[in-house]
Design a protein around this ligand. Structure first.
Ligand code: ADP
Ligand code: MG
Length: 338
Protein backbone atom coordinates (compact mmCIF):
# COMPACT_ATOMS: atom_id res chain seq x y z
CA UNK A 1 0.00 0.00 0.00
CA UNK A 2 1.49 3.33 -1.03
CA UNK A 3 1.50 6.40 1.21
CA UNK A 4 1.29 9.19 -1.32
CA UNK A 5 -1.97 10.94 -2.18
CA UNK A 6 -2.74 13.93 -4.39
CA UNK A 7 -4.11 16.72 -2.20
CA UNK A 8 -7.67 17.85 -2.81
CA UNK A 9 -8.18 21.21 -4.49
CA UNK A 10 -9.25 23.04 -1.36
CA UNK A 11 -6.11 22.00 0.49
CA UNK A 12 -3.77 22.83 -2.36
CA UNK A 13 -5.40 26.25 -2.73
CA UNK A 14 -4.84 26.90 0.95
CA UNK A 15 -1.17 26.00 0.53
CA UNK A 16 -0.84 28.26 -2.51
CA UNK A 17 -2.54 31.04 -0.55
CA UNK A 18 0.36 30.87 1.89
CA UNK A 19 2.59 32.28 -0.84
CA UNK A 20 0.26 34.78 -2.51
CA UNK A 21 -1.57 36.14 0.53
CA UNK A 22 0.78 37.06 3.30
CA UNK A 23 -1.21 39.92 4.81
CA UNK A 24 -4.18 42.20 4.09
CA UNK A 25 -1.97 44.39 1.88
CA UNK A 26 -1.33 41.38 -0.39
CA UNK A 27 -5.08 41.01 -0.92
CA UNK A 28 -5.36 44.71 -1.74
CA UNK A 29 -2.44 44.47 -4.16
CA UNK A 30 -3.94 41.53 -6.04
CA UNK A 31 -7.42 43.03 -6.24
CA UNK A 32 -6.21 46.46 -7.27
CA UNK A 33 -3.95 44.94 -9.94
CA UNK A 34 -6.95 43.03 -11.27
CA UNK A 35 -8.87 46.30 -11.45
CA UNK A 36 -6.03 47.88 -13.42
CA UNK A 37 -5.95 44.92 -15.80
CA UNK A 38 -9.71 45.39 -16.25
CA UNK A 39 -9.06 48.90 -17.55
CA UNK A 40 -10.48 50.79 -14.57
CA UNK A 41 -9.95 54.55 -14.40
CA UNK A 42 -11.12 54.79 -10.81
CA UNK A 43 -10.39 52.35 -7.98
CA UNK A 44 -11.61 52.77 -4.39
CA UNK A 45 -10.52 50.70 -1.44
CA UNK A 46 -12.20 50.76 1.95
CA UNK A 47 -10.83 48.84 4.93
CA UNK A 48 -11.73 48.08 8.54
CA UNK A 49 -9.27 46.91 11.20
CA UNK A 50 -6.31 47.32 8.87
CA UNK A 51 -8.06 45.09 6.34
CA UNK A 52 -8.14 42.11 8.66
CA UNK A 53 -11.91 42.06 9.11
CA UNK A 54 -12.93 43.89 5.93
CA UNK A 55 -11.54 44.99 2.57
CA UNK A 56 -13.72 46.40 -0.19
CA UNK A 57 -12.32 47.16 -3.63
CA UNK A 58 -14.54 48.84 -6.20
CA UNK A 59 -13.59 49.55 -9.81
CA UNK A 60 -15.23 50.90 -12.94
CA UNK A 61 -13.42 48.44 -15.20
CA UNK A 62 -14.70 45.94 -17.74
CA UNK A 63 -16.60 43.78 -15.26
CA UNK A 64 -17.01 40.04 -15.66
CA UNK A 65 -19.44 37.95 -17.64
CA UNK A 66 -21.88 35.52 -16.05
CA UNK A 67 -19.90 32.64 -17.57
CA UNK A 68 -16.66 33.80 -15.96
CA UNK A 69 -17.61 34.55 -12.38
CA UNK A 70 -17.23 31.04 -10.99
CA UNK A 71 -14.25 29.87 -12.99
CA UNK A 72 -12.36 33.05 -12.02
CA UNK A 73 -11.95 31.54 -8.54
CA UNK A 74 -10.35 28.34 -9.82
CA UNK A 75 -6.62 28.04 -9.48
CA UNK A 76 -4.70 28.78 -12.72
CA UNK A 77 -7.83 30.35 -14.21
CA UNK A 78 -6.91 33.52 -16.07
CA UNK A 79 -8.07 35.56 -19.03
CA UNK A 80 -4.63 37.12 -19.43
CA UNK A 81 -2.40 34.47 -20.96
CA UNK A 82 -3.26 31.41 -23.00
CA UNK A 83 -0.03 29.51 -23.38
CA UNK A 84 3.49 29.30 -22.00
CA UNK A 85 4.94 31.44 -24.83
CA UNK A 86 2.82 34.35 -23.60
CA UNK A 87 4.96 34.44 -20.44
CA UNK A 88 7.71 36.03 -22.49
CA UNK A 89 5.73 39.16 -23.23
CA UNK A 90 3.47 39.92 -20.32
CA UNK A 91 1.76 43.29 -20.45
CA UNK A 92 -0.78 42.74 -17.65
CA UNK A 93 -0.21 42.91 -13.90
CA UNK A 94 -1.66 39.45 -13.39
CA UNK A 95 -1.10 36.22 -15.30
CA UNK A 96 -0.81 33.44 -12.75
CA UNK A 97 -4.51 33.00 -12.15
CA UNK A 98 -3.82 32.33 -8.49
CA UNK A 99 -5.00 35.38 -6.61
CA UNK A 100 -8.75 34.86 -6.44
CA UNK A 101 -8.43 31.14 -5.68
CA UNK A 102 -5.92 31.90 -2.94
CA UNK A 103 -7.88 34.75 -1.37
CA UNK A 104 -11.12 32.75 -1.45
CA UNK A 105 -9.39 29.82 0.25
CA UNK A 106 -8.52 31.86 3.35
CA UNK A 107 -11.40 34.34 3.75
CA UNK A 108 -15.00 35.07 2.89
CA UNK A 109 -15.31 36.70 -0.55
CA UNK A 110 -18.26 38.45 -2.08
CA UNK A 111 -18.08 39.51 -5.70
CA UNK A 112 -20.50 41.79 -7.47
CA UNK A 113 -19.78 42.53 -11.11
CA UNK A 114 -21.40 43.60 -14.35
CA UNK A 115 -19.79 43.58 -17.77
CA UNK A 116 -20.42 46.52 -20.05
CA UNK A 117 -23.26 45.66 -22.43
CA UNK A 118 -24.96 43.32 -19.98
CA UNK A 119 -28.31 44.31 -18.52
CA UNK A 120 -27.69 42.57 -15.22
CA UNK A 121 -24.74 41.76 -13.00
CA UNK A 122 -23.67 38.74 -10.96
CA UNK A 123 -23.26 38.16 -7.25
CA UNK A 124 -20.99 35.39 -5.96
CA UNK A 125 -20.19 34.42 -2.38
CA UNK A 126 -17.36 32.01 -1.61
CA UNK A 127 -15.82 31.30 1.76
CA UNK A 128 -13.05 28.94 2.75
CA UNK A 129 -12.88 27.91 -0.90
CA UNK A 130 -16.50 26.72 -0.94
CA UNK A 131 -19.11 28.30 -3.18
CA UNK A 132 -22.01 29.57 -1.04
CA UNK A 133 -24.15 31.51 -3.48
CA UNK A 134 -24.32 32.64 -7.11
CA UNK A 135 -27.13 34.75 -8.52
CA UNK A 136 -27.97 37.54 -10.88
CA UNK A 137 -28.14 41.00 -9.41
CA UNK A 138 -28.55 44.62 -10.39
CA UNK A 139 -25.32 46.62 -10.13
CA UNK A 140 -23.30 49.20 -12.04
CA UNK A 141 -20.78 48.19 -14.72
CA UNK A 142 -17.50 47.28 -13.04
CA UNK A 143 -16.52 45.10 -10.14
CA UNK A 144 -16.67 45.14 -6.36
CA UNK A 145 -14.95 42.60 -4.14
CA UNK A 146 -15.59 42.42 -0.40
CA UNK A 147 -13.17 40.29 1.59
CA UNK A 148 -14.07 39.48 5.20
CA UNK A 149 -12.22 37.75 8.02
CA UNK A 150 -8.91 37.09 6.35
CA UNK A 151 -7.16 33.94 7.65
CA UNK A 152 -10.19 32.91 9.75
CA UNK A 153 -9.44 29.30 8.82
CA UNK A 154 -5.64 29.48 8.95
CA UNK A 155 -4.91 30.30 12.61
CA UNK A 156 -1.14 29.97 12.18
CA UNK A 157 -1.15 32.76 9.60
CA UNK A 158 -3.70 34.84 11.52
CA UNK A 159 -1.34 34.90 14.50
CA UNK A 160 1.31 36.70 12.48
CA UNK A 161 -0.88 39.67 11.64
CA UNK A 162 0.31 42.94 13.12
CA UNK A 163 -1.64 45.72 14.80
CA UNK A 164 -4.51 47.16 12.74
CA UNK A 165 -2.64 50.43 12.26
CA UNK A 166 0.47 48.61 11.01
CA UNK A 167 -1.52 46.55 8.52
CA UNK A 168 -3.33 49.73 7.40
CA UNK A 169 0.08 51.31 6.83
CA UNK A 170 1.14 48.42 4.60
CA UNK A 171 -2.06 48.81 2.60
CA UNK A 172 -1.53 52.53 2.23
CA UNK A 173 2.04 51.96 1.05
CA UNK A 174 0.91 49.29 -1.42
CA UNK A 175 -1.70 51.57 -2.99
CA UNK A 176 0.69 54.55 -3.01
CA UNK A 177 3.28 52.61 -5.00
CA UNK A 178 0.70 51.39 -7.47
CA UNK A 179 -0.80 54.88 -7.78
CA UNK A 180 2.60 56.46 -8.55
CA UNK A 181 3.04 54.02 -11.42
CA UNK A 182 -0.48 54.53 -12.77
CA UNK A 183 -1.11 58.28 -12.67
CA UNK A 184 -3.94 57.99 -15.22
CA UNK A 185 -6.01 56.08 -12.65
CA UNK A 186 -7.63 57.71 -9.62
CA UNK A 187 -7.03 55.77 -6.41
CA UNK A 188 -8.82 56.28 -3.13
CA UNK A 189 -8.23 54.58 0.20
CA UNK A 190 -10.51 55.02 3.19
CA UNK A 191 -10.57 53.35 6.56
CA UNK A 192 -14.15 53.94 7.62
CA UNK A 193 -14.56 57.73 7.70
CA UNK A 194 -10.85 58.47 7.47
CA UNK A 195 -9.54 59.34 4.01
CA UNK A 196 -6.01 57.93 3.86
CA UNK A 197 -5.13 58.57 0.24
CA UNK A 198 -6.65 60.04 -2.90
CA UNK A 199 -4.94 60.60 -6.23
CA UNK A 200 -6.56 62.62 -9.02
CA UNK A 201 -5.95 60.24 -11.96
CA UNK A 202 -5.10 63.15 -14.27
CA UNK A 203 -2.17 61.30 -15.86
CA UNK A 204 0.41 63.57 -14.21
CA UNK A 205 3.02 61.79 -12.08
CA UNK A 206 3.77 65.02 -10.24
CA UNK A 207 0.15 65.34 -9.10
CA UNK A 208 0.26 61.76 -7.83
CA UNK A 209 3.49 62.51 -5.95
CA UNK A 210 1.81 65.60 -4.46
CA UNK A 211 -1.22 63.58 -3.30
CA UNK A 212 0.93 60.97 -1.67
CA UNK A 213 3.90 62.85 -0.23
CA UNK A 214 2.48 66.35 0.18
CA UNK A 215 3.41 69.72 -1.27
CA UNK A 216 6.89 70.09 0.26
CA UNK A 217 8.47 67.53 -2.03
CA UNK A 218 7.12 69.18 -5.19
CA UNK A 219 9.63 72.05 -5.03
CA UNK A 220 12.43 69.54 -4.72
CA UNK A 221 11.78 67.41 -7.80
CA UNK A 222 13.86 67.16 -10.93
CA UNK A 223 12.33 65.65 -14.03
CA UNK A 224 14.08 62.72 -15.68
CA UNK A 225 13.78 62.01 -19.39
CA UNK A 226 16.22 59.67 -21.06
CA UNK A 227 16.08 57.38 -24.02
CA UNK A 228 18.48 55.10 -25.86
CA UNK A 229 17.89 52.20 -28.26
CA UNK A 230 16.78 49.92 -25.47
CA UNK A 231 15.47 51.89 -22.53
CA UNK A 232 13.24 54.85 -21.91
CA UNK A 233 13.62 56.23 -18.39
CA UNK A 234 11.15 58.83 -17.14
CA UNK A 235 9.90 60.23 -13.87
CA UNK A 236 11.28 62.38 -11.07
CA UNK A 237 14.25 62.35 -8.76
CA UNK A 238 14.61 64.45 -5.63
CA UNK A 239 17.15 67.23 -5.26
CA UNK A 240 19.95 66.34 -2.85
CA UNK A 241 18.22 68.32 -0.11
CA UNK A 242 15.19 66.02 -0.43
CA UNK A 243 17.27 62.95 0.40
CA UNK A 244 15.99 60.68 3.17
CA UNK A 245 17.43 58.47 5.82
CA UNK A 246 16.24 55.27 4.14
CA UNK A 247 15.17 53.89 0.77
CA UNK A 248 11.42 53.92 1.49
CA UNK A 249 11.01 56.93 -0.77
CA UNK A 250 12.32 55.19 -3.84
CA UNK A 251 9.75 53.80 -6.26
CA UNK A 252 10.78 51.92 -9.35
CA UNK A 253 8.55 50.75 -12.17
CA UNK A 254 9.35 48.46 -15.05
CA UNK A 255 6.82 48.99 -17.80
CA UNK A 256 4.63 50.60 -15.11
CA UNK A 257 4.80 47.62 -12.75
CA UNK A 258 6.16 48.43 -9.29
CA UNK A 259 9.25 46.36 -8.58
CA UNK A 260 12.18 46.35 -6.21
CA UNK A 261 15.73 46.32 -7.47
CA UNK A 262 18.87 46.97 -5.45
CA UNK A 263 20.77 47.22 -8.70
CA UNK A 264 18.65 50.17 -9.81
CA UNK A 265 18.84 51.90 -6.41
CA UNK A 266 22.64 51.60 -6.47
CA UNK A 267 22.83 52.95 -10.02
CA UNK A 268 20.74 55.98 -9.06
CA UNK A 269 22.72 56.52 -5.87
CA UNK A 270 26.00 56.35 -7.79
CA UNK A 271 24.96 59.44 -9.70
CA UNK A 272 24.56 61.25 -6.38
CA UNK A 273 27.82 60.08 -4.78
CA UNK A 274 29.61 63.39 -4.92
CA UNK A 275 26.63 65.44 -3.75
CA UNK A 276 25.05 63.32 -1.01
CA UNK A 277 26.27 62.52 2.43
CA UNK A 278 26.70 58.93 3.50
CA UNK A 279 23.53 57.24 4.73
CA UNK A 280 21.32 59.61 2.79
CA UNK A 281 19.20 58.14 0.02
CA UNK A 282 17.73 60.03 -2.91
CA UNK A 283 13.99 60.25 -3.47
CA UNK A 284 12.86 58.91 -6.82
CA UNK A 285 9.86 57.77 -8.81
CA UNK A 286 11.18 56.28 -12.02
CA UNK A 287 9.64 54.22 -14.77
CA UNK A 288 11.81 52.20 -17.13
CA UNK A 289 10.24 51.16 -20.38
CA UNK A 290 11.90 48.23 -22.02
CA UNK A 291 11.20 45.26 -24.23
CA UNK A 292 9.43 42.71 -21.98
CA UNK A 293 11.88 40.11 -23.28
CA UNK A 294 14.64 41.88 -21.33
CA UNK A 295 12.99 41.34 -17.98
CA UNK A 296 11.66 38.31 -16.14
CA UNK A 297 8.78 39.16 -13.80
CA UNK A 298 7.92 35.56 -13.08
CA UNK A 299 10.46 35.20 -10.28
CA UNK A 300 8.30 35.42 -7.16
CA UNK A 301 4.57 35.04 -6.60
CA UNK A 302 4.22 38.65 -5.50
CA UNK A 303 6.06 39.62 -8.70
CA UNK A 304 7.96 42.48 -7.07
CA UNK A 305 11.24 40.67 -7.65
CA UNK A 306 12.55 40.94 -11.22
CA UNK A 307 15.58 39.73 -13.13
CA UNK A 308 17.11 41.81 -15.90
CA UNK A 309 18.97 40.64 -18.93
CA UNK A 310 21.94 42.97 -19.64
CA UNK A 311 22.15 44.30 -16.09
CA UNK A 312 25.29 46.35 -16.55
CA UNK A 313 24.00 48.09 -19.66
CA UNK A 314 20.81 49.02 -17.84
CA UNK A 315 22.71 50.16 -14.78
CA UNK A 316 24.79 52.45 -17.00
CA UNK A 317 21.66 53.87 -18.65
CA UNK A 318 20.13 54.67 -15.26
CA UNK A 319 23.31 56.32 -14.08
CA UNK A 320 23.36 58.46 -17.23
CA UNK A 321 19.68 59.38 -16.96
CA UNK A 322 20.04 60.52 -13.35
CA UNK A 323 23.36 62.29 -13.89
CA UNK A 324 21.93 64.20 -16.82
CA UNK A 325 18.91 65.28 -14.79
CA UNK A 326 21.06 66.32 -11.84
CA UNK A 327 23.46 68.35 -13.92
CA UNK A 328 20.69 70.11 -15.85
CA UNK A 329 19.23 71.13 -12.52
CA UNK A 330 22.48 72.39 -11.04
CA UNK A 331 23.02 74.67 -14.04
CA UNK A 332 20.18 76.83 -12.79
CA UNK A 333 20.46 76.11 -9.13
CA UNK A 334 24.01 75.19 -8.12
CA UNK A 335 24.23 72.77 -5.22
CA UNK A 336 26.97 73.22 -2.70
CA UNK A 337 29.08 70.15 -2.26
CA UNK A 338 29.42 69.33 1.41
P1 ADP B 1 -4.91 36.74 -12.89
O1 ADP B 1 -5.02 38.19 -12.51
O2 ADP B 1 -3.52 36.23 -12.75
O3 ADP B 1 -5.51 36.44 -14.21
P2 ADP B 1 -6.75 36.32 -10.70
O4 ADP B 1 -7.03 35.13 -9.86
O5 ADP B 1 -6.27 37.54 -10.03
O6 ADP B 1 -5.73 35.87 -11.82
O7 ADP B 1 -8.08 36.67 -11.50
C1 ADP B 1 -8.70 35.68 -12.32
C2 ADP B 1 -9.50 36.31 -13.47
O8 ADP B 1 -10.66 36.98 -12.94
C3 ADP B 1 -8.75 37.38 -14.23
O9 ADP B 1 -7.92 36.82 -15.25
C4 ADP B 1 -9.90 38.22 -14.80
O10 ADP B 1 -10.40 37.64 -15.99
C5 ADP B 1 -10.97 38.10 -13.73
N1 ADP B 1 -11.03 39.29 -12.85
C6 ADP B 1 -10.52 39.39 -11.59
N2 ADP B 1 -10.74 40.62 -11.06
C7 ADP B 1 -11.38 41.33 -12.00
C8 ADP B 1 -11.88 42.69 -12.08
N3 ADP B 1 -11.74 43.56 -11.05
N4 ADP B 1 -12.51 43.07 -13.22
C9 ADP B 1 -12.66 42.21 -14.27
N5 ADP B 1 -12.22 40.92 -14.25
C10 ADP B 1 -11.57 40.49 -13.15
MG1 MG C 1 -4.75 38.93 -10.63
Amino acid sequence: MGHIIVLDENTSNKIAAGEVVEKPASVVKELVENSIDAGATSISVDIKNGGISYIKVTDNGSGMDEDDVEIAFERHATSKIKRAEDLDSISTMGFRGEALASIAAVSSVELQTRAAGNTYGMYVHISGGTLREVRQTGCPVGTTFIIRDLFYNTPARYKFLKKDSTEAGYISDTISRIALGNPEISFKLTSGKALLLHTPGNNDVKSAIYSIYGKEIIKELIEVGYQDEKYKITGYIGKPEAARANRNYQSLYINRRYVKSKMVSYAVEQAYTSILMKNKFPFFVLNIELNPLLVDANVSPAKTEVRFAEESYLSRAIYMAVSKALSSDTLFNPVTVP
